[in-house]
Design a protein around this ligand. Structure first.
Ligand SMILES: [Zn+2]
Ligand SMILES: [Zn+2]
Length: 188
């Protein structure tokens, strides 16, 4: 297969066309981030049918993931998967993507082929931020929907009798209960 297209004008991770000034090499750092984010390594970097570059957006995303353990790669769930094209006419992702005349500003309108030996990234299922709280303890757990215990005067007196509290201790408990809104509204 002779080389007629330039895979390195595309991002290895998202598969998008990248204008020259936003292309970066795949460094050891990027490789490590990639493995950490997706669970499998960058592959086939010794072949000429995969990009050897990453775009700025993916690079920034890796930076965010590296800083915050547990953060997912937000752009998509599964990155671009590269397969060796059988020919340049029908099966080559790079040849079948028309990038001529696009600039950094208009590159987002480029249409990418979906039926080649390479597969486009798979987006996260409907965006829900729940994944970000997976690591930490839930802050809402202490607040249940159960009604707080409320003591009417009769109920309170029964409790005082049950605990055999002195008048002094009963008053103290009453003030503590009042502080925590345990007393019924009409309680004197
Ligand atoms: Zn990218
Ligand atoms: Zn090609």
């Amino acid at each position: 297969m002779s080389q007629v297209c330039n895979p390195d004008s595309f991002c290895y991770v998202c598969g998008e066309f990248v204008v020259r000034r936003y292309r970066s090499n795949i460094t050891d750092y990027i490789s490590k981030c990639y493995l950490k984010c997706f669970g499998f390594p960058i592959a086939n970097q010794d072949e000429n049918w995969v990009p050897h570059k990453v775009c700025k957006n993916c690079q920034l995303e890796f930076g965010a993931c590296a800083k915050n353990p547990g953060q997912v790669f937000r752009r998509f769930k599964i990155p671009m998967r590269w397969g060796k094209p059988s020919d340049h006419d029908e099966d080559c992702y790079f040849c079948r993507t028309d990038t001529s005349g696009y600039t950094a500003k208009t590159a987002k309108y480029i249409q990418y082929p979906t039926n080649t030996s390479s597969e486009r990234p798979v987006k996260h299922p409907d965006k829900q931020k729940s994944s970000t709280s997976a690591g930490g303890p839930s802050r809402s757990s202490t607040r249940s929907t159960d009604k707080p215990v409320v003591y009417t005067e009769a109920k309170f007196k029964a409790l005082v009798r049950k605990l055999a509290l002195s008048e002094e201790k009963a008053q103290l408990m009453k003030s503590v209960f009042a502080e925590h809104n345990f007393l019924a509204p009409k309680f004197k």
